[in-house]
Ligand binder design. Structure first.
Ligand SMILES: NC(=O)c1ccc[n+]([C@@H]2O[C@H](COP(=O)([O-])OP(=O)(O)OC[C@H]3O[C@@H](n4cnc5c(N)ncnc54)[C@H](O)[C@@H]3O)[C@@H](O)[C@H]2O)c1
Length: 271
């Protein structure tokens, strides 16, 4: 069913991935392009954005890359200006950047708390700040914010207080924008992925295994724990996030607004 985003212009922020393989943003950018969108691939790492553009162009799609730290106001404004200069509109904004950090309120430093909030929340605020006037002038637009089930659930044994709270803020921001802009033809929804097997997870598994005697065994152990945590027996992938983003960005979701779409194989059903 190609063409669900025909003639649409989409900005995907965090369109690269933090290592080899398929992250949520990379899968989303490619999926949008396969459905006919022109995709403005934005990442703080130019090479990561360029790689995604290369994948899209190779398949015959239309894409451009832009280097931007999404937590920097001036850079985000420049990003929107550059997309407007190239394609003259922004129909879809997919906010995908995010970083994790472990620790509870006592052990986490204030600086680390601020760093996580800058990347995970301020970036979504800033992209909305500069894209909403464009969408309002167009009389249409769809924003998709990538949150996490960490916003509604805390895993046993590990403390992620800044990540949990930042993703909770993403949910509230999503609903506030959805309510305020519904009458202007703009929808805003969030995706709450569960445990997804993306390059970020490979990186974390590597980190976990680094100091261990049997590196490969330790690596596999962490991956197996994440697979077992899902009722399906395996983690999801960036494509699961991308397909949810495609639905929310498309006209099929024309009456879906302010929704927090859980994509987790059923993990949140478990106590
Ligand atoms: N992987 C999971 O299990 C999982 C689960 C729930 C939610 N998420 C969320 O999905 C999103 C993407 O995760 P992923 O696993 O695909 O990660 P990833 O690290 O592979 O991809 C994120 C991309 O965003 C870019 N980025 C980071 N900070 C940026 C900034 N300030 N400005 C511009 N670009 C920036 C990175 O360079 C990277 O290319 C995040 O918001 C994450 O919190 C992931």
């Amino acid at each position: 069913m190609a063409g669900r985003l025909k003639d649409r212009v989409a900005i995907v922020v965090g369109a690269g991935s933090s290592g080899p393989g398929w992250g949520n943003g990379k899968c989303t950018a490619v999926t949008f392009a396969r459905e006919g969108a022109k995709v403005f691939c934005v990442d703080r790492k130019r090479a990561a954005a360029d790689e995604t553009v290369g994948l899209i162009v190779k398949e015959g799609g239309d894409a451009a890359s832009f280097e931007c730290d999404a937590s920097n106001n001036a850079q985000v404004k420049a990003m929107v200006d550059a997309c407007m200069a190239k394609w003259g509109r922004v129909d879809i904004l997919d906010n995908n950047v995010g970083i994790g950090s472990t620790g509870g309120p006592v052990e986490l430093s204030e600086d680390e708390w601020q760093r996580v909030f800058n990347v995970n929340v301020t970036s979504f605020f800033l992209t909305a700040k500069h894209v909403l006037p464009v969408m309002e002038a167009q009389g249409r637009g769809a924003i998709v914010n990538v949150s996490s089930i960490a916003s509604i659930r805390t895993p046993k044994g590990i403390s992620y207080v800044a990540y949990n709270a930042s993703k909770g803020a993403v949910n509230s921001l999503t609903m506030a924008i959805a309510s305020e802009y519904a009458s202007k033809g703009i929808r805003c929804n969030a995706i709450l992925p569960g445990l997804m097997h993306t390059p970020m997870i490979d990186f974390l598994a590597e980190e976990y295994a680094k100091g261990e005697k049997d590196h490969n065994q330790a690596y596999d152990k962490m991956i197996a724990i994440r697979n077992r945590a899902s009722p399906t027996g395996k983690m999801g992938t960036g494509w699961d996030t991308a397909n949810a983003a495609l639905f929310l960005a498309s006209d099929e979701a024309a009456y879906v607004n302010g929704h927090l779409l859980v994509v987790d194989g059923g993990i949140t059903l478990r106590a």
